[in-house]
Write a protein that binds this ligand. Sequence first.
Ligand code: FAD
Length: 291
Amino acid sequence: MKLTELFASDKLSLSFEVFPPKTDTAFESVKTATEEIAKLHPSFMSVTYGAGGGTSQYTLDIAKNIKETQGVPTLAHLTCVSSTRETVHQRIADMKAAGIENVMALRGDLTPELQNSDRSGWIYRHAVDLIRELKESGADFCIGGACYPEIHPESSDQAEDIRHLKEKVDAGCSFLTTQMFFDNNLLYNFLYKIREAGITVPVIPGIMPITNAKQVARSIQLSGSFMPQRFKSLVDKFGSSPAAMKQAGIAYATDQIIDLYANGIKNVHVYSMNNPDVARKIQSNLSDILG
Ligand code: FAD
């Protein structure tokens, strides 16, 4: 199923993101965890793409397994940074062979190694280049792109970031998924600005349940997200007790999701980090709301 069909519906929906294993030995445990999440029958599941592409086949194996064993629609991520045209075309062929209909087209992070490498021969400098390549391939994927309510760390200002976002949408993105955020007002302000800039495609907020104190520093470092005082107090109070922190983090994420639904957002994506228990509890907290 193409995700545009889901986003056209008025029904509220919840979806989950999982990540592929990094090694062969981890494959079975990741497969089992992702199947457990799929058994909750979310509206779709996204499977990320390992930085550098070394685990690209796992992304497809996990996505295919979820779709075939549990009937859950999937969204396979693909990055293009430092890739050759041959590699990208091979990935497109692999995705078609795996029956993938939905692709999240990303640039990928510029690691320090990549930043210091010779970039003169790169043909994919930004996600928009990959989106154009996917479109030109004639593969008929439903294509998504990433967006940043708190602006991408490389952008000098939000107006520039939104200009580039509009280029991605004009190139063929049918929907956008956001970077995590912990203050919904940031999303509402962002939505207002992108709608004003003429970006009309569905925007799917990405919510990260923070369920242990270590994750806080890592998530902020990766995303640069603003931590509201309400959230900091919760980490200060419960961070040293794993069970209490997990419960509080799930409650905070649930509260964010309910506020999003209450303010007209129909589809919410949860960064479930391959944790079936967290996914199950969030879904259960929303059972009557989702109907
Ligand atoms: P782009 O859209 O290319 O944007 C990157 C920066 O370049 C921005 O500052 C933008 O304003 C600027 N820019 C864009 N176009 C132009 C242009 N034409 N000229 C000049 N500047 C331009 N990483 C992974 O490795 N695997 C994943 O599976 C993955 N999934 C993700 C899912 C989501 C929802 C999000 C939000 C991020 C994900 N990432 C993933 C991380 C992502 O790869 C990084 O955030 C990366 O730094 C930017 O990717 P992008 O696709 O947003 O890049």
